[in-house]
Design a protein around this ligand. Structure first.
Ligand code: NAD
Length: 250
């Protein structure tokens, strides 16, 4: 049991998938949750947070837009007065063979997946430092350097590897102020993501290689994110926690 009583968490990309599971898990543990996303389903997730007895704020935020991120953080402070946890989950994964990958597509993936996490982290830091407490969790990917099954994803892999480097260095900057920052490194999580980038045959082959024999549930990743977003992870910072059913070990 993690204690999020009186804690406030911001989750990006929380309208569906891993972000949604995380927002609901944090609410179940007692956190008030700011549900941010470009997708309108953020409102349904905020309703689900309230059904779990917690306060919610649904905000339309494109994480690659610095002004929108700053406005969302200001609104959070106005509504709740503090920010205890930030989960940088928003991400996109369009596929393209390297030879056909345009500079625009490359840049968009870096902007959303990596620069977005930077904007959000920088925006919450003054509040977390002032509180002397904060937890930041970055959602990376096993495709960012751990496994080779992610062909046609050079831009995505670069963004997710970048997130690990960002996490390690930021941990050194933030540690003295009571703020920890860690990454989770998911393998295949069953959010429909694999179906968007791979054929059925490719998915079957990838799943058959996973030691536990299946994709992970979003809730199984949310469990780990919730731990890293909680007080209980106080001596963990700069880490990259692999959550992959063992695929990166084979
Ligand atoms: P998903 O597509 O189901 O959810 C991603 C959410 O991010 C969506 O709600 C989407 O609207 C939102 N989003 C996209 N662009 C945005 C932007 N610019 N600003 C704000 N929100 C934006 O994906 P998912 O499978 O839940 O993945 C969540 C995260 O986990 C992503 O960062 C992804 O790269 C990472 N990840 C997923 C897997 C997997 O197998 N599902 C594996 C490794 C890493």
């Amino acid at each position: 049991m993690l204690d999020f009583t009186d804690r406030v968490a911001i989750v990006t990309g929380a309208a569906r998938g891993i972000g949604k599971a995380t927002a609901l898990r944090l609410a179940e543990e007692g956190a008030d949750v700011v549900v941010t996303d470009v997708a309108a389903e953020r409102d349904d997730v905020a309703d689900a947070v309230e059904e779990r007895g917690q306060s919610a704020l649904a905000l339309e935020v494109d994480v690659s837009d610095e002004a929108e991120v700053e406005a969302a953080v200001e609104e959070t402070i106005e509504e709740f007065g503090r920010i205890d946890a930030l989960v940088n989950n928003a991400g996109i994964f369009p596929t393209a063979d390297l030879a056909a990958l345009s500079a625009e597509d490359w840049q968009r993936v870096i902007d959303v997946n990596l620069t977005g996490a930077f904007y959000c982290t920088q925006a919450v830091c003054p509040t977390m430092r002032e509180q002397g407490y904060g937890r930041i969790v970055n959602v990376s990917s096993a495709a960012g350097g751990r496994v080779g099954w992610a062909g046609n994803l050079a831009h995505y892999a670069a963004s997710k590897a970048g997130m690990v480097g960002f996490t390690r260095s930021a941990a050194i900057d933030l540690g003295p102020d009571g703020v920890t920052i860690n990454a989770v490194v998911p393998g295949m999580i069953d959010t429909g993501a694999a179906e968007r980038v791979s054929s059925d045959e490719e998915i079957e082959a990838a799943v058959s290689a996973i030691p536990v024999g299946r994709q992970g549930d979003p809730e199984e990743l949310a469990n780990v994110i919730a731990f890293l977003a909680s007080e209980a992870s106080s001596y963990v910072t700069g880490a990259s926690l692999v959550v992959d059913g063992g695929i990166t070990k084979v």
